[in-house]
Design a protein around this ligand. Sequence first.
Ligand code: FAD
Length: 364
Amino acid sequence: MPNIVVLGAGVSGLTCALLLSKQKGNAVTVVAKHMPGDYDIEYTSPWAGANVLPMALDHDSRWERRTWPELRRLAAEVPEAGLHVQTARVLRRQADVAADLVKAALGDGGLFDLSPWYREVMGRFRDIPPSELPPGMHSGCEFTSVCINTAIYLPWLVGQCAKHGVRFRRAVLKHVSEAAGMSHTGQKADIVVNASGLLACKLGGVMDSRVYPARGQIVLVRNEADGIMPTTSGCDDGFDELVYVMQRALGGGTVLGGTYQRGNWDPNPDPNIAMRIMKRAVETHPELTGGKGVEGLDIIRHGVGLRPAREGGVRIEKEMIDGTWVVHNYGHAGWGYQGSYGCAERVVELVDEIVGKTKRASKL
Ligand code: FAD
């Protein structure tokens, strides 16, 4: 019986735990410093919007391609998971296209490509005709997406895991190999899944110096948006500021964003940035306040989350550390939700490879 400890209870760890627990015979324990319900600067997942705006380049799109059908299914068939269908609108500014800057936004991905790979994947994809473009926009597209209320979705994942026999433990680990001794079975784990997010840069045995924060500041408001989630290729307020608005399912409020500040660890909301975020949001979405401007916004909270970015991209691979197999799954930057099932599937494949190998080795 493979005995697996998943280190981390963010969207990456929980999705891995869920898929692993659905496989017969796996005994799965999740160990984490932070769990759903906590809000902490070291714990990224609760701070996400979150929606699906495909960000990868085509050659790297496996994770998002594989995740989209499951998120769409959850939105359509499992209302208690906290997702709902919304229309995404991606706008390329004339200035960014002219300066060949569209690729620079949101981590050098393919979101703003003129002919994106995801046109074949996302439902109801359409190029926006010039007559419908806002002033200053070169081009744009729309497609069916979802918005995830993370305050509902993360506890829902915990519930699904529990239903499949996963056990949960709180602990702060100094070294990844400590996880091997934390299985609820009392036996040493055969495999540790390392889903430690940003803290992979500080975790003993891993200490990945390529991992860095991409700081995201948001404002959560009670005002309602119109079911459209727009995002633009840049904004006049600076290269590391973003424009996006998304209304969360089930009364979760509307998220106004944002920033993508590489290497910035500041956990405190900056009031000047917050004001710029709100101004931009009421410009793109006047219906938020019925034309009353920023004063009409009803603020629930200001927030900051640190996206776990990584030079060279996500790390999903196996490694033997101190005599235990570790399968890494961290470094998802700004796409941890929209790539969650694709990455977790790969983790399951790697676990299967290891278990196969271990079985063969013990037969010899
Ligand atoms: P985390 O959620 O940080 O979880 C890490 C886990 O590991 C925690 O449980 C932590 O306690 C545990 N851990 C780490 N080290 C230790 C240790 N030593 N001992 C014990 N436990 C440990 N993604 C999208 O897909 N769509 C979006 O629209 C989107 N919007 C975003 C907006 C913002 C403002 C931000 C900040 C992020 C956004 N993201 C979005 C990105 C997404 O939130 C992240 O990619 C994702 O949450 C990363 O999840 P994770 O599970 O890898 O890490």
